[in-house]
Design a protein around this ligand. Sequence first.
Ligand code: IMP
Ligand code: MG
Length: 196
Amino acid sequence: MENGRNLYKDLDQIFFTAEELKDGVRKMGERITRDYQGRKPVMVCILKGASVFFSDLIREIDLPVELEFMAVASYGATTKSTGEVRLLKDLDRSIQGRDVILVEDIVDSGKTLYYLKNLLISRGASSMRIAALLDKPSRRTVPMTVDYSCFEVPDAFVVGYGLDYNQVYRNLPDIGVLSPRIYANQEDDGETSTHC
Ligand code: IMP
Ligand code: MG
């Protein structure tokens, strides 16, 4: 499709170019910097999907931040999340009394963040906010407010800039809609998939 890259052939449409993503991430970094003046938040990257966004976002924040990483798995078909969440990698340190910012690639049903937010609050975080690159509000099934988001997306399956389908496409610099022909025959296989 573009750049002569093979992966682009599987996309129907580009939603956000690398330049638009950079601009959106810079604005989010500025907002977080303003809102957390005088504080030292713990930024928690939800692996793997948020990794690209996370590494750009932290460099747009002019504050002393600490970095943590968590990984979760969700069950079911690979373009849908069932909301059953299993922890694969936990935090390395206590977040008791800390200001925590959970950094996620995309909020879809909201179930993953609902689970993680409650888990970290139960561990004594003094504040908890969600920073998500993308928000798909039309798909929400649990109440989940996204405190910071760069862009809203419609109900389409998007890949690139960290977001995957079956672990592929994370390295695309842009975000686009994956052509349904790629996953048409592979849905609802009931397999466990590492998510994010
Ligand atoms: P939720 O628990 O339904 O909010 O699921 C969120 C997770 O599902 C995200 O962290 C992604 O890993 C995955 N996901 C949801 N929508 C998309 C998408 O359009 N593209 C890629 N991954 C997605
Ligand atoms: Mg994923």
